[in-house]
Design a protein around this ligand. Structure first.
Ligand code: DQA
Length: 151
């Protein structure tokens, strides 16, 4: 098992509403159900998970400030903040952890404003439009990354 195997999964604004958002874009799982899937996939990969969601930008920033003590890598879905929050971008840069950006929906094939990510270039990868499976892909990417840096 990897010594550094702690993944923090951060969900931003409106993602607590999964299950009642447009299922065509976001699927039908609630956030609690999605987190259960993620925790199961992580366990198969011998990764530990910790979950966080807030609708308050400052709380999201503060969680990122604590992330270095709590995690070895991040999975980040900031919701609409993705497209404009320079504060979250700065906090992610401060955290300095390997991060995969995930979006349930295919943000590149939706409205123009969703095509911009202010966090994307700080992330090791972006997975978009694969629904819940996108999180499994993110876990696999981070597991490989953590294994490489442990070698
Ligand atoms: C989202 C895409 C964002 O554009 C949107 O504002 C969200 C969810 C996604 O997971 O597809 O809230 O990040």
């Amino acid at each position: 098992m990897l010594a550094h195997n702690r993944i923090m999964v951060l969900h931003g604004v409106n993602l607590d509403q999964l299950g009642s958002r447009d299922p065509e874009h976001y699927g039908s799982l609630t956030l609690a159900q999605l987190e259960q899937h993620i925790a199961g996939w992580a366990a198969e990969l011998e990764l530990e998970t910790r979950f966080f969601q807030t609708n308050l930008e400052g709380e999201f920033v503060e969680q990122l400030h604590h992330s270095r003590e709590l995690a070895d890598a991040l999975i980040l879905n900031p919701g609409a903040w993705t497209h404009y929050s320079w504060a979250i971008r700065d906090a992610l840069e401060i955290a300095g952890l390997p991060t995969v950006e995930v979006h349930l929906s295919d943000v590149m094939r939706r409205e123009e404003f969703r095509r911009v990510s202010v966090v994307g270039d700080l992330c090791v990868a972006t997975v978009s439009g694969k629904g819940a499976d996108g999180y499994r892909e993110a876990l696999e990417l981070l597991q490989r990354r953590l294994a490489e840096s442990a070698a």
